[in-house]
Design a protein around this ligand. Structure first.
Ligand code: PNS
Length: 160
């Protein structure tokens, strides 16, 4: 039984994330989507609980996907969950710069943990959570960037 972790900050989950989750769910027996803190991102739009709940909503039709959250290092979550494969999506070559370092760093501190990269579907390669937050904060619709339930939560947040 091959279980994998798909980690991220998911503030909020986008259609690009969902595509990687779905494709991973076809490849592996079980996918744990784990919400973690990214130290570069100081003030999240959605609380940890809101992010977890939105993820649970959008993966609800996938039997082999579960959602978790963790307050520490990704490699410690991997050890505690007894999983040694991490999936990360790559949208553009610029992602690779950051992702390679993170994968190598994680492997350095936990040599049983391997990171596998999944190229994002080109339909979603321009989408990022930060772009979604920025457009939404100026009142632009982010329909098409995010699952409908997330779009609704964003509209509620900005009181439309
Ligand atoms: O969606 P993101 O923001 O690109 O995800 C980055 C994330 C949350 C996976 C990464 O920052 C992370 O693993 N954070 C947990 C703390 C950790 O393990 N840090 C060491 C690797 S940078």
């Amino acid at each position: 039984m091959t279980r994998v972790i798909y980690p991220g900050s998911f503030d909020p989950v986008t259609n690009g994330h969902l595509d990687v989750i779905r494709r991973s769910s076809f490849l592996f027996d079980h996918v744990i989507v784990c919400v973690l803190n990214n130290s570069q991102k100081k003030s999240p739009l959605f609380s940890l609980e809101e992010r977890v709940n939105m993820l649970k909503d959008v993966v609800g039709d996938m039997d082999n996907v579960s959602v978790a959250s963790f307050g520490g290092l990704l490699v410690d979550f991997a050890r505690e969950s007894n999983v040694n494969i991490i999936i990360r999506g790559l949208r553009q070559v610029t992602d690779f710069d950051v992702e390679l370092l993170m994968a190598q760093g994680n492997h350095m501190v936990a040599d049983n943990v391997e990171t596998l990269f999944m190229p994002t579907d080109p339909r979603y390669s321009y989408i990022s959570s930060s772009m979604v937050r920025e457009y939404a904060s100026y009142g632009k619709s982010v329909k098409g960037f995010v699952p409908e339930i997330v779009n609704m939560r964003i509209e509620e947040k900005y009181n439309k």
